[in-house]
Write a protein that binds this ligand. Sequence first.
Ligand code: AMP
Length: 505
Amino acid sequence: MKMLDTIRALALSQPAALAYISPNTEITYDELWTQSERIAAFISKQNLKMGSSVLVYGHMEAQMIASFLGCVKAGHSYIPVDTSIPIDRVNKIIDSAKTELIINVSGEQMVIDNSAAFIFNFNEIMLKQAYEEPSNPSNWVRGDENFYIIYTSGSTGNPKGVQISANNLESFVDWMTADFPISGSLRFLNQAPYSFDLSVMDLYPALASGGTIFAITKEMIAKPKILFEALLKSKTQVWTSTPSFVQMCLMDPSFTQELLPALRVFLFCGEILPAAICKQLMERFPKAKIFNTYGPTEATVAITSIEITAAMLELYPNLPIGKTKPDTSILLLGENGLEVQPGEIGELIIVGPSVSKSYLGEQELTDKAFYKISGVQAYRTGDAGYCDQDGLLFYKGRIDFQIKLHGYRMELEEIEYHITHSKYVKSVVVVPVYQKEKIDYLLAAITPAENDFEKEYQLTSAIKKELSEVIPAYMIPRKFTYRDELPMTPNGKIDRKQIRELVLS
Ligand code: AMP
């Protein structure tokens, strides 16, 4: 694979250059390459099934990256799983992917349900496995073979695995390195944990261009003082994050070009980029360009982009998501399945080489979402949008119950599925509560089952405790309300709109 060849060449031409900086570790290109060779050699000896994937468990450690590269050099894809994912969900991922091998980078003990999967600690592998001879490039993952699988929220109650091939990733990385001002060994900030594909936006473009990744951890994000001290030292030139994350940083008046004097590029993806955020960034970071990009995990990170200028802030109250990358097209289909006219709203269908082949082991879900158009892979995004007369694309929300909250993607139906399974709950509906057109928090309206709690808050904390064992913290609704009955629409569905109005009135 071309990208791996490039990283290998960089390990030879700039061995001492830093590839990755995280709070406890810094590794050079040479160390990254050598460690990943040892991981690859170790994996090759495990006789894993052809095409099976290795689960890599950890947070923002440099060893995560060495493990990823080790997996693909041994001919296996990897599944990145962040430590914030509850172990019950990790078990579901292991079952879904039929995982045989887990590399635990976290330093914490992992106890899983599945006896068919073996866990090795990264450091243990380093002790066992010396550097032997270079891995054979003909064994590296390539073409249509999976490079990574990212699990995202699924409406059926289980996470679903999006398979991204070497070709998918190469199409994305080629575009990033060609069309964005990020070449020349720059310093990239990495905010997103590796179980989210936003992390790929900086990881591989940085490594493919000889740059350095500066990773920020959940501990830093929880303590703004530590985060800002780290940012000051980070020398960040390319900033990648969700708009929500930068909005949090903007709350601190010291978040300016003085804090990050080298910053030249902001890359945003994953949710609506509000014009107000861009306006503040333009005032505080006069030397930086701002890009809005759009795309789902299923199409490899992002497939449209646009540089946001001051003039656009005047012109468009809702900023455009731009135009597609050259190898990709977007169709806008109306409810009748036909293309809509410019200005009319339709569902965004992405057609191109970075579209995933399918959800792993999920034929029904795959058939609903993926198909071919003239032999090219296409994905029904579930996003609504329109195109203006100049060919600029605009995002207009979802046509289903998938939402983004603080940058995290989730299916309301998945949250409802888990709440319904609580012994304290008869029925539930989860609704997003908006503030200024942005989701502020989730509210669960519940008809409770019989219980012995005297106070509602006790019931709420019991349900929240159960939920924390099965879904990540960011998916647990902030507020709970209890009703004897949930209102219905005339056709017998739970009336989400009425619930929101009832609760907020
Ligand atoms: P994920 O798979 O987590 O990247 O989430 C993909 C979804 O995030 C898309 O289907 C959109 O609904 C939303 N999204 C991504 N980028 C943007 C953007 N620039 N503006 C608005 N929504 C976005």
